[in-house]
Design a protein around this ligand. Structure first.
Ligand code: NOJ
Ligand code: MG
Length: 557
């Protein structure tokens, strides 16, 4: 393993702390619970449902952005980092949510979006007004266009959502002016992290939320803040992953070495607070050794393990990604994280119902090949039970505890993700995993809110997945999650050590915390270890007690 460790990497002692083994539940506020019936979930809605998280058995929650925003990218376009958007509530509501979580022993992580602001942020408005060459423009990445008329973008970079990564502004005199960089939507201008004011501002934003009692930050696009100084052409299609070979040239917009200095500064701020406040990187960086650099002892605490999320559903692929993840984080003395779903990817209950080894669609719509729902759910349950047995911390996405599938037949007119329009209607985007979740089978909007209003349509059959249809029902996905989270805690699996068992190419098996875990990827049912007691199973075993295809078991003894 060549992670190019620096001297301080090797001196890292064993890391401890709540976060090293936590199960962290992602709340997507728009779609969790709507208190006022406007069809958009909100902070009071979340506060009213906190007992659900306690019952489920998670340790912490992470809230996707709730800050003032024009919602060009569902709140990842922040206009004010120190307030709450009226659609989600008020700052007082945020305080109540934090207090409510704390009183229940739940930690709270908020989202921080430092790569870009909204174009409605006062800094961007000032930059437009101030004109070319001004200090106001220097907080963003403005450049003159190419060609005699400056009418060609400054380089060939593409937006992650499709289309060019540059938009030309109109000057005060009505004439076309400079261009600004936006790696995402045109409503999300990229900040210039070489500007000291930008650095100061975010240190202050960190303090603002730390002072309000949050336990940490999920850092959006953590691998994007620094761009290669010459903004060189890239000539490749935009990929949010930065390439999976250590020696391959990295795209000039991702995973530049300069980002690490920023996180070292932030870490110093967090460490000056009491409690164990954490930073978790959303960094689509491969290979694992490059990603591990974000969690060196003086940088962030955790990074999402997207390589794990993307791994194929085969025993060799799962073995390889788990081993690689553990080795890479061990090399820097950090714990590993695991994740199967979030608000940016097709939900794993549907993704795993697509052919193994096939492409990873950016959303699924009517007319696209449809996943096999039953197979997807069966594998999703097996995958979750496998994941929750791994040492490290696990991230869960709201609704996966209900086995929710992607909405794969959403009418295109209902779509809100900028990806759909910006890709020229070629990529459906992420709306299908962001649908308001069902709480009660027979209530309006399935209990999401007091009315039928909902910002995205819920699919038919949503009633089947509602919490009240699963609660207390043996074998339901919800009860499977509760059992797994309880046993995970009781057996200390999150802080355990994984020991592989010899199991061939069709089965994955390991020991952790006194349990043996086994997932069967093969066609034939396999026996559980002799004399062992099954304590959790992702599906019913065969009549003679063997583990069928696409099933995970945890056994004791
Ligand atoms: C990653 C977020 O998870 C995603 O939802 C967002 O669109 C981009 N970053 C841009 O902020
Ligand atoms: Mg609402």
């Amino acid at each position: 393993m060549n992670a190019n460790p620096t001297p301080q990497d090797r001196s890292a002692g064993p890391v401890t702390g709540w976060w090293t083994e936590a199960a962290i539940y992602q709340i997507y506020p728009r779609s969790f619970a709507d208190s006022d019936g406007d069809g958009i979930g909100d902070l009071p809605g979340i506060t009213a449902r906190l007992d659900h998280l306690v019952e489920l058995g998670v340790d912490a929650l992470w809230l996707s952005p709730f800050y003032p925003s024009p919602q060009a990218d569902a709140g990842y376009d922040v206009a004010d980092y120190r307030d709450v958007d009226p659609i989600f509530g008020t700052l007082a509501d945020a305080d109540k949510l934090i207090a409510g979580a704390r009183s229940r022993g739940l930690r709270v992580i908020v989202d921080l979006v430092p790569n870009h602001t909204s174009s409605a942020h006062r800094w961007f408005t000032a930059a437009l007004a101030a004109g070319a060459g001004s200090p106001e423009r220097d907080r963003y990445i403005f450049r003159d266009g190419l060609g005699p008329a400056g009418d060609r973008p400054p380089n060939d970079w593409q937006s992650v959502f499709g289309g060019p990564a540059w938009t030309r502004v109109t000057d005060a005199d009505g004439r076309p002016g400079q261009w600004y960089l936006h790696l995402f939507d045109s409503g999300q201008p990229d900040l210039n992290w070489d500007n000291p004011q930008v650095r100061e501002e975010f240190l202050d934003v960190l303090r603002f939320w730390l002072d309000r009692g949050v336990d940490g930050f999920r850092v959006d696009v953590a691998h994007g803040l620094i761009k290669q100084a010459d903004l060189a052409d890239w000539r490749e299609p935009q990929e949010i992953l930065s390439g999976n070979e250590i020696d391959k040239p990295r795209p000039p917009m991702w995973d530049q070495d300069g980002v690490h200095e920023i996180y070292r500064d932030w870490r110093r701020v967090l460490d000056s607070y009491d409690g164990e406040r954490i930073l978790v990187a959303e960094a689509w960086v491969e290979p694992a050794e490059r990603l591990a650099r974000y969690v060196r002892p003086d940088e962030m605490h955790q990074a999402f393990n997207f390589e794990y999320l993307l791994a194929s559903w085969t025993a060799p692929a799962q073995y390889a990604v788990i081993t690689r993840s553990l080795e890479a984080t061990d090399a820097v003395g950090a714990p590993t994280t695991w994740v199967l779903s979030n608000h940016d990817v097709v939900r794993h209950a549907s993704r795993l119902g697509l052919p193994v080894g096939g492409g990873r669609p950016n959303g699924i719509g009517i007319g696209d090949p449809q996943p096999d729902a039953a197979l997807g759910l069966r594998r999703a349950r097996a995958a979750t039970l496998l994941m929750l047995a791994l040492p490290g911390s696990a991230y869960l996405y709201q609704g996966e505890e209900l086995g929710l599938p992607e909405h794969t037949t959403m009418p295109d007119e209902a779509r809100q993700d900028p990806t759909w329009a910006r890709s020229g209607h070629t990529q459906r985007g992420r709306d299908g995993c962001r649908v308001p979740i069902p709480w009660e089978a027979d209530a309006p909007s399935y209990g999401f809110g007091p009315t039928d209003a909902r910002w995205l349509p819920q699919p038919p059959l949503w009633a089947e997945y509602a919490l009240d249809r699963q609660r207390g029902v043996p074998g339901s996905t919800y009860e499977l999650y509760r059992t797994a989270l309880r046993l995970r805690r009781e057996h200390g699996l999150g802080r355990g050590t994984l020991q592989w068992r010899e199991s061939g190419d069709e089965v994955l098996s390991f020991r952790n915390g006194g349990l043996t875990v086994l997932t069967n990827f093969g066609d034939a049912a396999v026996p559980v270890p002799a004399g062992a007691e099954v304590v959790a199973a992702s599906a019913t075993l065969t009549d003679d007690g063997r583990v069928p295809t696409d099933v995970t078991v945890w056994v004791r003894g």
